[in-house]
Write a protein that binds this ligand. Structure first.
Ligand code: SF4
Ligand code: SF4
Length: 95
């Protein structure tokens, strides 16, 4: 769902939000990865993508709705947005 009354900053796939905190679906599907980067997060050569959202199937619409895909980035002042690249372990320190 699109938020209203404020400027929308599109997701550029920097990965910050998913790397910083795995969402409910990532936690539910991967309890073994507690405290690690979500296993559903992948680098496609240009940006990070969530595999739940790119794998065809009946659940993809539900995930898109629940994760508010298309609703814009809530971390739009984050410097990661200006440097889209695969992140290293060093990048994750003090995140
Ligand atoms: S922090 Fe913003 S730009 Fe980066 S992956 Fe999350 S929504 Fe997309
Ligand atoms: S399941 Fe997808 S949206 Fe959720 S944290 Fe993992 S990569 Fe991000």
């Amino acid at each position: 769902m699109m938020r209203t009354g404020e400027e929308v900053h599109p997701c550029v796939g920097c990965g910050f939000c998913c790397i910083r905190q795995t969402c409910t679906f990532g936690c539910q599907r991967h309890p073994e990865a507690l405290g690690k980067v979500c296993p559903e997060l992948g680098w496609n050569g240009n940006r990070y993508v969530c595999r739940l959202l790119t794998t065809p199937g009946p659940m993809v619409f539900f995930y898109k709705e629940e994760l508010q895909v298309g609703g814009g980035c809530r971390s739009y002042l984050n410097p990661w947005r200006k440097e889209i690249r695969p992140r290293t372990k060093e990048d994750l320190i003090n995140l």
